[in-house]
Design a protein around this ligand. Sequence first.
Ligand SMILES: Cc1cc2nc3c(=O)[nH]c(=O)nc-3n(C[C@H](O)[C@H](O)[C@H](O)COP(=O)(O)O)c2cc1C
Length: 218
Amino acid sequence: MVSLSPVSNTGLLPFEEGIDMLDDPIADMIAARARAQQLDDPYADVCFLATVTSEGQPEVRAIALRDIEAQGIGLLINTNSPKWRQLEAAGQYTLQVFWATVQRQYRIQGQVALMEAERLQYYWSRKGYHSRLLEVYYEAVEPQSQALRSREALLDGMRALRAQYPDRDSIPLPASLVGVYLYPMTIDAWHGSPDDRLHDRRLFTRTEQGWRSSVLVP
Ligand SMILES: Cc1cc2nc3c(=O)[nH]c(=O)nc-3n(C[C@H](O)[C@H](O)[C@H](O)COP(=O)(O)O)c2cc1C
């Protein structure tokens, strides 16, 4: 586990030389994440998804980041959750990642596409017992983010599910769990340079000819 204690007055880890901004921001993200994983970045597999409610209230939450691929950023989302309802209704989001170990931030906006069933099944096959059980809870007992009368109510519900599904392989993939690809149309890529604060920041916009980029004031 990498230490998150500040080593400079910015509170960021030192800028790593030698990773230049690539012309393809998806390839840039994939390379940066692989490096962050090598460096045991605690956020290498986490992203932050912002959506907006029907009242215009922004909501943001941490989500497990699956794969980054040409078709988009893979996430699993339960369709009983507020985040799904917001994503579906507004069709708008901002996804953010920040990997301190490699001094990279990406802010992404774009479209949403459903993941193919085999890919969802693949991610399900990697989920542990408790994680699977919680997905079933969202579908069979109470939806995610629902207010409960007590924590005991949650524990009771889970006890019943554990009795019904004593082992991991007995838990079926609930229909309410979907995989999505967030397909970037714009990516604001930030390569940090904490010493002089002249971070290399580019806005990539997807066009029919490929990515167009402009340099932004950091
Ligand atoms: C590191 C981390 C990873 C998380 N990963 C997920 C996730 O993959 N899926 C999920 O539904 N919630 C995840 N959560 C919980 C969410 O941040 C949030 O509490 C929950 O999704 C709320 O759902 P809503 O925004 O739809 O109301 C994670 C939280 C943390 C701190």
